[in-house]
Design a protein around this ligand. Structure first.
Ligand code: KG4
Ligand code: ZN
Length: 485
């Protein structure tokens, strides 16, 4: 879920979009590190200037503006101020992967190997031991829902302390559940970005220690890639630890495919060409879908610890999705971008109107039936917007590349059953039906198995990082394959 929004005396810096003591109207509580506060002016200049041509074709001012914006869509509240100094690109010069800390020897021998995965990018501490055929051998997840619930959202400093308190126990429990010792694990993967920097650091430092102490290959995981790759695990492997090991390492789907990532921090449609190779087809201009769920839940006074999505989904089941007319966002824009900020405002205005009609002071005081109608109408409109943009993206990519006919839906909001069935219908109702791959709900939200599996995928293509000096990145954009060609 997205971090808590509240008014305190920390403000976003207008130079590098980090947090400082200067005023800004609405912002997220966040740690502020003066050490990372300045950027070379050359970098600032280049990232804010408009591209004048693409492949030699001159661009109009409007087109240039759009091309520039494309680079930054999908990053919630992204402001292009040249702060994205770190991009994720495991492919080095010449399009080759580099195994900086080696790969498990079993890969060369054609045998299976095991990975310890660690995730601490936001509000849950997760660890898992995964076998390289996708079988989860042992897992552990320390939820922070009750810690953040009273605050109405994630408080980074509390999240960091809880990660520190839980990390060792979570790793140990995952190992015990797998009946293994750390020495027996063949590699270690840990989320290094994007996410809350102070939280990422807790998992990353522990993973670095273990990798160096036990001399294991180390992989710094991109959180969004980890969500996406979860959809490649063969469905029979998701829940079953007793099935025999499978050396074929078959996947639910092969590259290239289309991916919809809907989480608390992100809302993007991407073409997935291969490990570390993505191009962005559409992204949010403001809020992510998960954020819209969280804000609507907060408006209605529902539980928001761990995200408001599950509470809205549950309430919406008893409501009438047509009871409140809400405008579908971006109707006039025929592209694949999203916008959820206007919908959030429309929900608030509709609730205020209902409050006046019912003579109550706040949406929290409305009847269960009224709240259910608001939840159902919001969810229906939010998903309709998503269906329209996604359908357009599917039409575009099938024309561009006829090999693409699979849709992966990943991230926390993909746990929503209504969304899953609507997107299944969207895929099947086409003249040329698409295959839909969605991880089971519990593996859509953040947990340790996603870091372990992403590490497996990276190691299998010969890519690993050096634990020594590994940093964490609050922002960590993919290199856009389309704009880099
Ligand atoms: O992927 P995730 O666990 O964390 C991020 O990487 O952001 O996603 C969390 C988001 C939250 O906004 C939460 O409200 C939403 O996923 N979510 C849901 C559901 N379960 C989690 N949204 C709608 N319906 C759900 N069942
Ligand atoms: Zn996530």
């Amino acid at each position: 879920m997205s971090p808590l929004k509240m008014t305190i005396s920390l403000f976003i810096c207008t130079t590098c979009a980090r947090w400082s003591t200067r005023p800004h109207p609405s912002f997220t509580v966040h740690s502020f590190s003066p050490a990372t506060h300045s950027l070379p002016s050359a970098r600032r200049q280049s990232s804010t200037s408009l591209p004048s041509a693409i492949n030699g074709t001159p661009l109009s001012k409007k087109e240039a503006g759009r091309e520039k914006r494309k680079k930054f869509i999908g990053m919630a509240k992204a402001v292009d101020r040249g702060q994205y100094t770190h991009t994720y690109n495991p492919l080095k010069e010449g399009g080759l992967f580099v195994a900086k800390s080696g790969v498990p020897r079993q890969i060369e021998e054609g045998k299976l190997f095991t990975v310890l995965g660690i995730e601490s990018s936001c509000d849950d501490t997760g660890a898992a031991i995964l076998r390289s055929d996708g079988t989860i051998l042992g897992e552990s997840l320390a939820s922070q829902h009750s810690i953040h619930q009273p605050w109405g959202g994630v408080v980074p400093s509390l999240a960091k302390s809880a990660h520190e308190d839980n990390i060792d126990n979570v790793i140990q429990t995952a190992l015990s559940n797998a009946n293994m010792k750390i020495e027996e694990v063949d590699a270690i993967g840990v989320t290094v970005g994007p996410g809350l920097e102070i939280c990422l650091r807790v998992g990353c430092e522990r993973a670095k220690d273990l990798a160096l102490r036990y001399n294991k290959p180390f992989v710094g995981i991109h959180h969004l890639e980890a969500h996406i790759l979860m959809a490649r695990i063969s469905p029979e492997k998701y829940n079953n630890t007793s099935i025999p090991s499978d050396k074929s390492m078959s996947r639910a789907m092969e590259f290239p495919f289309l991916a919809l990532l809907v989480s608390g921090g992100h809302c993007q449609i991407m073409k997935a060409h291969g490990i570390g190779q993505y191009s962005i087809i559409g992204g949010t201009l403001d809020d992510s879908l998960g954020e819209a769920f969280d804000k609507t839940a907060r408006l209605l006074g529902l539980p928001v610890g761990g995200g408001g999505g599950p509470a809205i989904e549950k309430l919406a089941r008893t409501g009438d999705p047509t009871s409140i007319a809400l405008p579908i966002p971006l109707q006039k824009r025929k592209d694949c971008d999203f916008s959820y900020a206007g919908l959030k405002t429309a929900v608030r205005l509709a609730s205020e109107k209902l409050c006046i009609e019912r003579d109550v002071e706040s949406a929290e005081q409305l009847s269960e039936n009224d709240k259910a109608n608001i939840a159902a109408s919001f969810q229906h409109t939010a998903f309709r917007h998503l269906e329209i943009r996604l359908n357009r993206a599917m039409v575009i990519v099938s024309k561009e590349d006829e090999r693409i006919s699979t849709l992966a839906v990943v991230g926390g909001v993909a746990a929503n059953n209504e969304l899953r069935s609507r997107l299944e219908k969207l895929c099947l109702d086409r003249n040329d039906p698409w295959k839909l791959c969605v991880p089971p709900p519990r593996l859509c939200t953040d947990q340790g198995a996603m870091s372990a599996w992403a590490a497996v995928e990276r190691l299998l293509v010969g890519s690993s990082d050096s634990a020594e000096g590994q940093e964490v990145f609050a922002r960590y954009p993919f290199v856009d394959m389309d704009s880099s060609t």
